[in-house]
Design a protein around this ligand. Sequence first.
Ligand code: ADP
Ligand code: MG
Length: 349
Amino acid sequence: MLADKNEQRTSIEELGEFGLIKHLTKDFELNHKSTLKGIGDDAAVLDFKSKKTVVSTDLLVEGVHFDLSYMPLKHLGYKSVVVNLSDIYAMNANATQITVSLAVSNRFPLEALEEFYAGVAAACKVYGIDLIGGDTTSSTKGMLISITAIGEVDEEKLVYRSGAKENDLLVVTGDIGGAYLGLQILEREKEVFKVNPQNQPDLEPYSYLIERQLKPEARKDIVDLLEKLEVQPTAMIDISDGLSSEILHLCEQSKVGCNLYEEKIPLDPTVISASEEFKMDSTMIALSGGEDYELLFTIAQADFDKIKGNPNLTVIGHMTQQSEGAHLVARNNTKIPITAQGWNSFNAS
Ligand code: ADP
Ligand code: MG
């Protein structure tokens, strides 16, 4: 289960910086009309005509944001792109270009970077993204990745975190909590492996959870779906840190409160069974787990009929007056204040 050790090890220094960039990026194609110039000059050139441009960037540090002992480099390349695209889709925009910047220590051979770029290429293909530049440098220790994603959107389609109104419905896509449990399983197996490297764990029962952690997808399909359904969300955010923290962002920026219904939170059956195995509360995991990269948005009640019954969308609550605060309405009907860490069970009101 540990990341593949590459057989061949070509030192990066053999190629030189320019040779390396050329080698890693030679197979990338440009497909967007808005990309006037990609890799190869001092700067890329873009033209979005009458559309608004959205830009988002992330910095990922080895040992802080990812662990290469169970994260294969190809998956890391894919995930690094996907988590950035998720931020663009959370603006209700279409992602179009990325830049990829890397710092690597001499521990990484060329073959490792090829794997990483294979993952970047796969994500570019799946999501229809042009790689238009980046930067490459050395680090004294470990790997750092910075990706910037760029997208375009008609001004009237843009969705901020700040537009939710009292009585709007709170909607989440897909199901949540899986990525956090996938990480718990990988961490557990890493410890087992340390003690006995011969032990081959059976991870098949956890394949959905592990995939949610190692190969998340961004909800480009939801941006397309909302357009097709003619639903314009009033506020939107992507779920990178867990439901409770994202709900609090929407509430704070929109100046509203929220009632979130515990019984409505969409959980995959394997999330429920793995929660029991880890003796954790599945609601707590959904609220504070994170890394699911689903979208959380609000819509006017008048739009409910348009989304009703869609298997991708679950109404999990509604927005209230700001003075009412943000609460989880538990299965037993008690109201528990939502905190950034999840919920505070000592503060039931
Ligand atoms: P500069 O010295 O002006 O920073 P570079 O030699 O670093 O230029 O980059 C040359 C070209 O290669 C630029 O178009 C840059 O965006 C691109 N590039 C550099 N590193 C990467 C990378 N890791 N991935 C993709 N493109 C890159
Ligand atoms: Mg450079």
